[in-house]
Design a protein around this ligand. Sequence first.
Ligand code: FPP
Length: 263
Amino acid sequence: MLDKLIRKKGGEPKTDNADRQLLDETAIPGHVAIIMDGNGRWAKKRSLPRIAGHHEGMKTVRKITREADRLGIKVLTLYAFSTENWKRPKPEVEFLMRLPEEFLGTYLPELVERNVRVRMIGDHEHLPPHTRRAITRAMDETAGNDGLILNFAMNYGSRAEITEAVRTIAKAVAENRVKAEDIDESMITDALMTAELPEPDLLIRTSGEVRLSNFMLWQLAYTEFWFTDTLWPDFNEDRLQEAIGVYQARSRRYGGVDKEDTD
Ligand code: FPP
């Protein structure tokens, strides 16, 4: 199936669906991070309660996880709950905190079968015990898998993450384990919750909002951004492929210049 949708090097471009992109399978982004936004508006458009939008959004998580796996993406980070989301009405927060249980209760066997490894970034200590239990169980049961890493950002805030990293390094300096002048970018990278993950290659935000909302501020320094008006519950395989197609057409220079532009 994959070879029908992806342009094989040197081969004929093929597709079985006019909407689908012809992707270069040698340039699939390794790490895709997504700010899943627009669940509330999706529900409102249908005169449904906001939680109905979150529930539909959970189904999109499954769809996009499968597609990411199929395309050969190595890490998929999903912003599921921010440190600021506690400000929402209590019933909505409670519903969101039940979603990992429902999602993993239903799909964990499928994730195990697909060799997906579940991970989490964020402050897990302050999650309700039932949420923590569901995520910990999924992480334990998939710890030996070496396929797609499905990384949930849950009770995650980038400023809090960076603050904690600074604290860790400051402690090491105070205890004479590190000299202040030896602090470098890699030390900070290694003190973040994403230490074992590559930096995102592609960031997607749905629903038309164009901001980062305290998401992976350090890690996104050289990431390509793609924004879509599509609301998260309507996001699908075609939109993901569209994002990757745009990503593949971009030139990543990391502050340098393209070879052909050198004098
Ligand atoms: C933002 O949309 C979305 C969230 C705060 C929650 C995202 C959660 C999911 C998509 C489900 C997560 C699933 C698992 C398995 C953890 P919004 O509510 O701010 O939408 P709005 O801007 O339209 O109001």
